[in-house]
Design a protein around this ligand. Structure first.
Ligand SMILES: NC(=O)c1ccc[n+]([C@@H]2O[C@H](COP(=O)([O-])OP(=O)(O)OC[C@H]3O[C@@H](n4cnc5c(N)ncnc54)[C@H](O)[C@@H]3O)[C@@H](O)[C@H]2O)c1
Length: 389
């Protein structure tokens, strides 16, 4: 069985997608080419990798069996719908989708805009995506790499094999600020830290509760309600900028706290933000009735390396989000594997060829999006509980 894959977008994450596609085993996988709205970028990206740069998404779709979605969140829905209508499988980066204003709405401010209509619009987008995926009978893989990380998958095994009841969880992804220029504006990013980095631990927590329900022979245990607060810490009048944190956000938050109530009366908490120094900070803690786990995605502490020189390690990648390589660093030894990027690609391609559901499927992506936009509504109400509906 062989698979022809196309990439949409050729920015930061598409490099990961390409490299991880090259690691896929057991399926003859060809990376055919890439489409990016910036034609020159696509041509450079493609020629460096010996593949084609396509001039439109429809051209790319005509030549592949499946596509990755590695573009800003505001563009995800239209790419997914076009791919589904063409009968092509989809591997979509987190976040699945979010609210983006009409291009004509030039004075849109995401922080100030009323959240209930935004949430309604997002729920309608989710319906359109679910209908397109089912109607066109394609496979959809949600690229939430934390779900695929080795530590979270080990925790899945513990829950499945011990019949654990997970009473509460705590998850975080934070760093010192997003690398992507678009992420300072809601109209491209569909929100700030809550959706950008918060989507990772939210997805992981929802996945574990689903697993718990399935392990008991019941259906998935789903999120029922959410309370949240958001902050713009680097834009407060009192903020003293030392230059280490990104602080040019326009209408998006840089910190969020989210409390999730599950339908079985257990809970999960997520902290996320763009004000954390020292490299990307990712973990999920599980407090169950029969065990306790701490899943470390980053730092993982497999290699601590000491560099006495401020410039000596310029060519060595140690970890996402470090401001210096000097002194001790927790070097990530194989980021694609430790962070689950390689495994998500392997699972996606296998799910397409074997015609089975992927580990991270559309259901977890949809629920994650509902939690995120209900959290924005709760934050607008100063943390009052909002039911997912
Ligand atoms: N899983 C992770 O750890 C992780 C990390 C970073 C980014 N992401 C996700 O990946 C996606 C892209 O982020 P990024 O950091 O690579 O952004 P980026 O800005 O580095 O790259 C995005 C690329 O998409 C192109 N583009 C924009 N609109 C397009 C369209 N309609 N069609 C085709 N190309 C288009 C841009 O020209 C750009 O080259 C986002 O959804 C983001 O949340 C995930």
């Amino acid at each position: 069985m062989s698979m022809r894959i196309g990439l949409t977008g050729c920015g930061f994450i598409s490099t990961y997608h390409y490299d991880c596609l090259k690691r896929v085993y057991g399926v003859d996988t060809e990376v055919v080419g890439v489409f990016d709205v910036v034609r020159g970028k696509a041509e450079t990206f493609a020629s460096e990798r010996g593949m084609r740069a396509f001039s439109s998404l429809s051209d790319l779709l005509d030549n592949v069996d499946a596509v990755t979605v590695g573009t800003p969140p505001a563009t995800h829905e239209s790419i997914i719908l076009q791919a589904a209508e063409a009968g092509k499988h989809v591997m979509c980066e987190k976040p699945l989708i979010g609210y983006a204003p009409d291009p004509g709405e030039t004075d849109f401010n995401g922080l100030l805009a009323p959240k209930e209509p935004m949430r309604d619009a997002v729920y309608q987008s989710l319906d359109r995506i679910e209908r397109a995926v089912h109607h066109n009978d394609i496979r959809f893989c949600y690229f939430e790499n934390l779900i695929y990380s080795p530590s979270l998958q080990k925790e899945r095994e513990v829950i499945e094999k011990t019949g654990a009841q997970v009473l509460r969880m705590l998850g975080e992804e934070s760093h010192r600020g997003n690398h992507a220029a678009y992420s300072s504006q809601w109209k491209y990013a569909c929100g700030g830290s809550l959706i950008s980095t918060g989507s990772h631990p939210i997805g992981a927590l929802l996945y574990l509760k689903r697993i718990e329900g399935f392990a008991r022979g019941d259906g998935p245990i789903k999120p029922a309600g959410v309370s949240a607060r958001i902050q713009c810490l680097t834009r407060k009048g009192s903020y003293k900028d030392k230059g280490f944190l990104r602080s040019d956000y326009q209408d998006v938050e840089d910190y969020a706290w989210i409390h999730i109530d599950f339908e079985d009366e257990t809970v999960g908490d997520v902290i996320t933000g763009a004000t954390v120094l020292g490299g990307i900070y990712d973990y999920v803690e599980v407090f169950a009735n029969n065990h306790r786990s701490r899943c470390r995605m980053n730092p993982v502490d497999t290699l601590d390396v000491y560099n006495p020189d401020a410039t000596g390690f310029d060519q060595v990648y140690l970890e996402y989000g470090l401001t210096t390589n000097k002194g001790w660093s927790h070097a990530v030894t194989d980021e694609y594997w430790v962070m689950g990027y390689q495994q998500e690609m392997q699972d996606a391609v296998a799910s397409f060829t074997m015609n089975r559901k992927p580990i991270a499927d559309l259901d977890v992506a949809v629920d994650t999006t509902k939690v995120i936009y209900s959290a924005y509504l709760s934050a607008e109400r100063e943390g009052a509980k909002v039911l997912l509906g």
